[in-house]
Design a protein around this ligand. Structure first.
Ligand code: COA
Length: 336
């Protein structure tokens, strides 16, 4: 954190929500040519949750996760100054954060969406901490929520095995600089590789013969799995080391690696490159798959409910994905 900061930031509560419907690897093998053995060996995923209910949307998941976080600390939603909703699968392209604001009755909060795919929560965390450091806001709700099942091609076995739906929320509060939890961050994008993982808009037709205007819609998720894998295992360790070094910390100081839950092999390869024991990896990939912007707050909420993280622990949080964008935040956990 720069010395110009007026105040620190602290994660004071978390919450999470997943849909009820579970689809396991065997059930997916009834849809595309694959097997439980193949999926488990290549990804570490056994099952994932899908938003199948016609009347429920990604915002309902975000609302549930947010309400949980508010209730845990008995916080009046009117105290929230800002809501940042990290999502790439909104209900409304103009932004869905305002729907969340209304549903949780956080009427004093300004609310906006942040689109950065699987790095969305990390970037939301950094963005929120900037508003807190300057002293402009005191209470910020950040939510990572995605329902990529809506944008998955269920005939494409290289992508449909990976993704699940979910939401995770965190409430950040201003605090004294001594209690600051967010020690530092490092964020990067390389847009030259944006076509390696995309959910792209495509022009299709002109709505009126006399109007030279193409209109279209969004495609399914397209991914070059091998390239994304190579990108993740080279850039994520680099980002973590840069961030740790800037704080005069080393990989030996890390108590927990809380990475975007994309693939078990990626998590292990990142830990190996940093010589961090796999017992320090926090993971729930097996049960939920890759829930995009939701994956980090979902697994954080779970780790906290299991009392895994203790006061003083150094927690390295890294997100990576479409963009290609990646980033790290180093936390010193301050709550008991
Ligand atoms: N079941 C069975 N076989 C499959 C399959 C599936 N679900 N998906 C692909 N295959 C096949 C391929 O067709 C290919 O067959 P071929 O050799 O006959 O051509 C073979 O398996 C190997 O394909 P490849 O794409 O090289 O597999 P992989 O070992 O790279 O694993 C991923 C594929 C997607 C699991 C892996 O690339 C990956 O996890 N990448 C990162 C993706 C990711 O995390 N994305 C999100 C980032 S936020």
């Amino acid at each position: 954190m720069k010395s110009s900061a007026k105040q620190g930031s602290l994660i004071v509560s978390t919450g999470s929500a997943v849909p009820d419907f579970t689809i396991n690897n065997y059930q997916i093998s009834q849809i595309v040519e694959t097997s439980d053995e193949w999926i488990l060996a290549r990804t570490g995923i056994s099952e994932r949750r899908l938003l199948t209910d016609y009347n429920h949307s990604v915002i309902d998941l975000a609302v549930e996760a947010s309400k949980q976080a508010l209730e845990k600390i008995d916080m009046d939603p009117l105290k929230i100054d800002l809501i940042i909703l990290a999502t790439s699968s909104p209900n409304d392209l103009f932004g869905s954060a305002s729907q969340l604001q209304a549903k949780i009755k956080a009427f004093n909060a300004v609310a906006f969406d942040l689109t950065a795919a699987c790095s969305g929560f990390v970037i939301a965390l950094v963005t929120a901490s900037q508003f807190l450091q300057t002293g402009n806001y005191n209470n910020i709700l950040i939510v990572g929520a995605d329902a990529l099942s809506k944008w998955t091609n269920w005939s494409d076995r290289s992508t449909c095995i990976l993704f699940g739906d979910g939401a995770g929320a965190a409430i950040l509060q201003s605090c004294s600089l001594q209690n600051n939890e967010i020690l530092g961050f490092h964020l990067s994008t390389d847009g030259n590789y944006s076509d390696q993982l995309s959910l792209a808009y495509q022009n299709q037709y002109s709505p009126h013969p006399s109007l030279k205007l193409a209109q279209g819609s969004f495609n399914y998720i397209q991914m070059n799995g091998r390239e994304v894998y190579k990108f993740a295992i080279s850039k994520v360790p680099e980002s973590i080391l840069l961030c740790l070094n800037s704080l005069n910390l080393s990989a030996d100081d890390v108590n927990w690696l809380l990475l975007h839950q994309a693939n078990d092999r990626i998590l292990k390869a990142v830990a190996d490159k940093l010589s961090i024991g796999s017992d320090k990896i926090i993971s729930n990939l097996n049960k939920y798959g890759n829930t995009s912007a939701a994956s980090i707050p979902l697994v954080l909420d779970q780790a906290l409910s299991e009392n895994k993280i203790s006061k003083g622990d150094i927690v390295v949080v890294s997100g990576f994905g479409a963009g290609l964008t990646w980033g790290t935040v180093v936390l010193r956990w301050m709550s008991d």
